[in-house]
Design a protein around this ligand. Structure first.
Ligand code: HEM
Length: 539
């Protein structure tokens, strides 16, 4: 094939026969070649991505000696108390742009904050086959000090892969997660009675929806009961009239661990490592309690299993044991702790905010109730199975939208497994990246009118796949995602056949303590659909 240069030369030589001036032709060849080559180069340059900008040119949040990031963070969020990280991240993105770096106290390199869905996709491509998150330092410290395995939540490398492979099939594929639906049915029917009882105790104004009704403790008890039924194959009795004290202790410990996290992290590591503050002592005591209680529960399950192996056929733990002969008791304990730890408060808080949203958006609630009646029927006592879950369409949109609007895990992290270009900047392998998931999910660039609860928006086909990631992404995505969605579907399908949620204000003081939550109770008002129950209370 002729090169561009020789093609141009032959055209010119043919042309110069008329004018007979070789020097003119040579000059014009050169001009033509240069012009064409420049055009080709320009075209190539316009299709080639621009060279990545150096890491040091990423805008940087100012950090000061002694105070670190605290001064700038407090300037951005005057209410900064260690519980407003979600809000600070949002304000950092608004002030400095969608990619920013900052030096987290105690670390020797900058962490890069990313608040753009395309950049999240770039991070996913560079997370490698064994993704690594930043660990919560106090949790890591506790486990190392007490010789407790890091487990699914905090383990890295091949050890994480081994644990994840052991639990993935029994819990993650929707078909397998939905199979636990029948197991959580009885606990969910029971929690409906607990709600009714709670409303009666709170007085007639709570039962008629005039007074707010705090549901935090009830949803926690239900969520604990559901997750222990699935994971350990045993009913705990958290919803009984006289709840199992172990269940109440577990809830207290999970709460204590969560609420002390912010105050503990306000201080440098040596303060909490040596237990120099009251919150630090409470924090580590709560972790120990969670570990001890889970150990007790696991003992019960394993004793049952030894007595009657068939009993645990359908349980998660039974399946893990059947599938993986190398799994040890230590593995089982760390896995059970992590699944309970990660699975109680998350589901409970998501559900509380979903109920608040349904109360504030009555037309959404009516449409959802219609679907539930169509799929399960209006009988409030009818139980659900996996075939019902497959038929819900609007309910799935409701959950996608509710977990977008109130994202209980508002930030996530990754370490880059290789050098990568993120947002046009060159980031070296090993860079810690903070993904501002909640900030992205509330950006009007991705969701029109983002503060509005609009489940129908999920019917659109063009939603950016990385714009709302309440359960994370990739191979390290929340392993309990499908179970949690199943639990919430079952709960709402029961609740909306019994109650109407009445409008209340939006939650006001939203704080971040490991998870996003409200400083006080989530505003909720209930009104029974069957008004006979009101009459029986009034009489
Ligand atoms: C609404 C409820 C829930 C939300 C919003 C949620 C959210 C998340 C998120 C964002 C992650 C990090 C994923 C990533 O790094 O990409 C995660 C991890 C995890 N979640 Fe959930 N979660 C929920 C419920 C549950 C439940 C019910 C369980 C257990 C039954 C659970 C167990 C876990 C575990 C073990 C991990 C660590 C997985 C790993 O690193 O391999 N979660 N979750």
């Amino acid at each position: 094939m002729m090169s561009i240069r020789s093609q141009l030369a032959s055209v010119c030589i043919r042309g110069t026969a008329h004018v007979g001036a070789r020097t003119t032709c040579a000059t014009s060849i050169n001009i033509a070649i240069r012009t064409k080559a420049t055009a080709v180069e320009a075209k190539a340059a316009s299709t080639m991505p621009p060279a990545p900008k150096p890491f040091d040119s990423i805008p940087r949040v100012p950090s000061f000696p002694v105070f670190g990031l605290a001064l700038e963070f407090t300037r951005l969020e005057p209410k900064n108390s260690g519980q407003k990280i979600h809000s600070i991240v949002k304000k950092v993105a608004a002030k400095y742009g969608p990619i920013v770096r900052a030096r987290v106290p105690g670390e020797s390199t900058d962490t890069v904050f990313v608040a753009d869905a395309d950049m999240v996709a770039e991070v996913l491509r560079a997370e490698g086959p064994i993704p690594k998150r930043k660990n919560a330092p106090t949790w890591e410290h506790y486990r190392k000090k007490n010789n407790v395995p890091m487990g699914l939540l905090f383990e890295d490398g091949d050890e994480w892969k081994r644990l994840r492979s052991a639990v993935q099939t029994p819990i993650f594929p929707p078909k397998n997660a939905h199979a636990y639906c029948s197991a959580v049915g009885p606990a969910t029917a029971q929690v409906m009675d607990v709600i009714e009882d709670g409303l009666r105790r709170a007085g007639p104004r709570a039962l008629t929806g005039e007074d707010l009704f705090a549901m935090e403790e009830i949803t926690m008890r239900w969520s604990l009961e559901a997750v222990t039924t699935i994971i350990l194959g045993q009913r705990l009795g958290a919803l009984d009239a006289e709840p199992n004290p172990l269940a109440l202790e577990m809830i207290r410990a999970v709460n204590a661990m969560v609420v002390t996290t912010g105050p503990v992290m306000l201080y440098p590591p040596f303060v909490w490592r040596y237990g120099l503050t009251k919150p630090a002592r409470e924090h580590f005591k709560a972790m120990q309690t969670i570990m001890d209680l889970t150990n007790k529960l696991l003992d019960t399950t394993l004793t049952e299993l030894a007595k009657d192996p068939a009993k645990l056929q359908g349980s998660f733990l039974g399946q893990v044991l059947q599938r993986d002969a190398t799994i040890t008791r230590r593995d089982l304990l760390s896995t059970a702790v992590d699944l309970l730890l990660a699975g109680i408060d998350t589901t409970s808080r998501s559900l509380l905010s979903t109920m608040n949203l349904l109360g504030r958006y009555p037309s959404v609630q009516t449409k959802l109730r219609d679907e539930i009646f169509a799929v399960v029927g209006p009988d409030p006592n009818a139980q659900l199975d996996a075939s019902h879950l497959a038929k819900f369409k609007y309910l799935k949109n409701v959950l996608k939208e509710a977990t977008r609007v109130f994202m209980v895990v508002p930030i996530n992290t990754r370490f880059l497994a290789r050098d990568a270009i993120i947002g046009g900047y060159a980031l070296p392998q090993g860079t810690a990246v903070l993904l501002a998931s909640e900030t992205i999910a509330h950006n009007p660039k991705y969701f029109a009118d983002p503060e509005t609860f609009n489940p129908d928006r999920w019917d659109a086909k063009d939603i950016h796949p990385f714009a709302s990631l309440p359960f994370g992404f990739g191979s390290r995505m929340c392993v309990g995602r499908r179970v949690s969605e199943m639990e919430m579907m079952v709960f709402l399908a029961h609740l909306l056949r019994r109650y109407e949620l009445l409008p209340t204000p939006a939650p006001q003081d939203i704080i971040f303590n490991v998870l996003l939550s409200t400083a006080g109770p989530m505003p909720l008002k209930f009104h029974p659909l069957d008004t006979n129950s009101i009459a029986s209370t009034a009489s």
